[in-house]
Ligand binder design. Sequence first.
Ligand code: TXA
Ligand code: MG
Length: 356
Amino acid sequence: MTDVIRVDPASPDLAALKPAADRLRTGGLVAFPTETVYGLGAHAMDAAAVRRVFEAKGRPANDPLIVHIPRIGSLDQLVSRVPDTARTLAAKFWPGPLTLVLPRAAGVPDEVTAGLGTVAVRMPSHPVARALLDLADVPVAAPSANLFSRPSPTRASHVLDDLKDRIDVLIDGGPTEVGIESTVLDLTGDTPTILRPGATTLEALRQVLPQTVVGSPVAPATGAPTSLPSPGMLHKHYSPRAPMTLYEGTGAVDAMVADARLARNRGQRIGILAADEDRRRLGAAGGVEGGPPLKIVTVGSSDDADAVAARLYGALRELDAAGVDLILVRGFPARGGIGLAIQDRLRRAAGNRIAT
Ligand code: TXA
Ligand code: MG
């Protein structure tokens, strides 16, 4: 049984959150909204509770978790040393969607870090997450609250679709604002290195630490990453049930229309993810009257990366649910900002099927 608690995302009722915080402290699994995506939380210092997270998600044990903390002081029990760079970044970006990889303290269970010498930590800014962490008063290990291989959940209904009756509590705080996960930044080496692009942009980080680099190639189209990426990023990430092709470059929409027409004439059901302004041109993808259904989901204007980020995962879930035979996705040019994270997630979802 999963208890669902509905709260006001801006000013949650603490009395309503208290039982969920108690469940967390005593080894339960509690899904909660953050500013990025919903997380599935467990007491980070309770190895048995953390193992339940992996079981509930079907997540491989070698993919480490992010520990969520209510205040900077909570770092002390998790990390062996706080580099100056971490203090500077925390002062500027916490609470917020930035995860710092730091040298791990001995007391952190191997289950959390997958046995690495480092631990990933972040202080979320969502009022519900903050209130829950405050009440629980323990560090909370929380991956995104989806089944392994599904898109991260941006609504409580997504969490239920994947994890109903596998978790103890779901706190429903409405849709999440950002829609794409936090940026994971490794501070254990000489150069601050982005292991996963995310909601805190490279540009913003460079304003504070100009030497910041993007570590692993952002979603290599082919071949293996050339430098050490975030362990979890080695796994094949979300990919839809139907084969998905990502169309990048200037001719993307025309190529999608042509491919969709051909496929529909072969009798295939097509799902399309595109920008609002593509809709009119995509009308031509319908081809012959009375052909198999064509599902088009739009995620905002390509000029509005924040809107695209917020709707992306929900759109991918919608296409999966439609049961189409092929999925065609328009690429969104990464003009900086959160565009880098959007491009990264779409390339990962498409695997090697990228048309340019
Ligand atoms: O926005 C977010 O970060 C969300 C919300 C719930 O906070 N969480 C999230 O967690 O996306 P998850 O488990 O889906 O992704 C965690 C990422 C993985 O890519 C993992 O490999 C990386 O963080 N990670 C965790 N610990 C690490 C470590 N010690 N060193 C390098 N990467 C680490
Ligand atoms: Mg995840």
